[in-house]
Design a protein around this ligand. Structure first.
Ligand code: NDP
Ligand code: MG
Length: 388
């Protein structure tokens, strides 16, 4: 039986992962499930899947979790240390689907015990790509991309040599405001930004899709995962969200990955890799779809794409600062303190301020330095927001 753990089990990716695992009851030994605020869901899934342990990230919810798991045989734990301990339990496969930089350390712990890491948490690679990939190599573990674009590139590269890749093109739906006039964007509300035309995802990534911060993170993720020069990585707007990515080779051929807008495809590919198994996703009817369209992204509308290029060029800890500033800008946008277009302004100002002080970006990418850069990025972004 394959031993599996799911970090961020109560979220959108976590629930899709559980959906696949629960369809095949005899095949998996569920070790740990983790969540944060949604104790009822966490406990219900842990009992249903007979997990060894359920962990909430919030210390204050330990009693609630214990009560919900009473006499079920599932152990309860809470807090950051407990999350890291759960990640160190022996497993074969771990889904990393916590949202934000908080997902980094459990992922590293899982790799250190030799588990293959299915990585939905793109922030891990953005903040600490070289550290994540080196940890995997050192422990003979695989990192398997779950982000749909990266799963698409990964699949297009099966049997290919990376040296023959001329370009990688990630597609972007354009999110909620793709067709809004530019002048309306300043007044866009969190509720408007949190509706996605094609994908059903968590609130934060859905807003990041509207601002293209999600695509910005994914461009950086591509550089880190596939070790591709930043100038070879592009984004195009593709409103139908059916082509997830394309790889262009040195002979002019391109491989496009086409599939339904259902994360269970990418999750299932990572779960069964290197096999392909039957998955409960829609089969596309190309004749009904009729046309696939592509447009150039407008960087005035989506300045996050320009910032991603700056971050890729800077390297080092720039990704950790970028992500931290983005997370705080998003928090403040959700709370109504800053406007939609101000998010990119805050992130750019944070990057400029942190880069101007020597040593913060160029330091070695260790877990401590990433934590420090993350903290600095958050503090600086908060300060900039206070001053606006
Ligand atoms: P959700 O917001 O739906 O879920 C996030 C999960 O993380 C929940 O289980 C939540 O617990 C838990 N969580 C939140 N904060 C913390 C914390 N500080 N420490 C530990 N756990 C925490 O997010 P998604 O499932 O949408 O996204 C998860 C990751 O996958 C993100 O990195 C996202 O960018 C990436 N991703 C998501 C895609 C999607 O389709 N949703 C597509 C591609 C990538 P609780 O809910 O109990 O509070
Ligand atoms: Mg994606």
């Amino acid at each position: 039986m394959k031993r599996v753990s799911i970090f961020g089990a109560t979220g959108s990716i976590g629930q899709n992962t559980i959906d696949l695992i629960a369809r095949d009851p005899g095949a998996y030994d569920v070790v740990a499930l983790t969540g944060s605020g949604n104790i009822a869901q966490l406990a219900a899934d842990a009992i249903r899947l007979r997990a060894q342990v359920a962990v909430t990230a919030q210390d204050s919810l330990l009693k609630d979790l214990r009560d919900a798991l009473a006499s079920s045989g599932v152990a309860a734990a809470a807090g950051e240390t407990a999350l890291n301990e759960a990640a160190s339990l022996p497993t074969d496969w771990v889904m990393s689907a916590i949202v934000g930089a908080a997902g980094l350390e459990p992922g590293l712990r899982a790799l250190q015990q030799g588990a293959d890491l299915a990585l939905a948490n793109k922030e891990s690679l953005v903040c600490a790509g070289p550290l994540v990939m080196a940890t995997a190599r050192a422990h003979g573990a695989a990192v398997l991309p779950v982000d749909s674009e990266h799963s698409a590139v990964f699949q297009a590269l099966v049997g290919e040599r990376i040296e023959t890749v001329e370009r990688v093109i990630l597609t972007a739906s354009g999110g909620a405001f793709r067709d809004w006039p530019l002048e309306r964007l300043r007044g866009a509300t969190p509720a408007q930004a949190a509706t996605h035309p094609n994908w059903d995802m968590g609130q934060r990534i859905t807003i990041d899709s509207a601002s293209m911060f999600n695509k910005a993170l994914e461009l950086i993720e591509t550089k880190e995962f596939f070790q591709i020069d930043p100038f070879r990585i592009e984004a195009v707007v593709h409103p139908e969200s059916l082509v997830h990515a394309l790889v262009g080779f040195c002979d002019g051929g391109m491989m496009a990955h086409i599939g339904p807008s259902d994360m269970r495809h990418a999750i299932g590919y990572a779960l069964h890799y290197p096999d392909r198994r039957n998955l409960p996703v829609e089969r596309l009817d190309l004749v009904r779809i009729g046309a696939l369209t592509f447009r150039a992204p407008d960087e005035e509308r989506w300045p996050a794409l320009r910032l991603a290029r700056d971050v890729m060029q800077a390297g080092g800890l720039a990704g950790a600062v970028f992500n931290a500033a983005k997370e705080r800008a998003l928090d403040h946008f959700i709370d109504g303190r800053i406007g939609f277009m101000q998010m990119a302004e805050v992130v750019e100002a944070t990057l400029n301020r942190v880069s101007a002080s020597q040593g913060h970006i160029d330091a070695e990418i260790s877990l401590d330095n990433v934590r420090h850069a993350d903290h600095l990025g958050r503090m600086t972004a908060d300060e900039i927001i206070r001053q606006t």
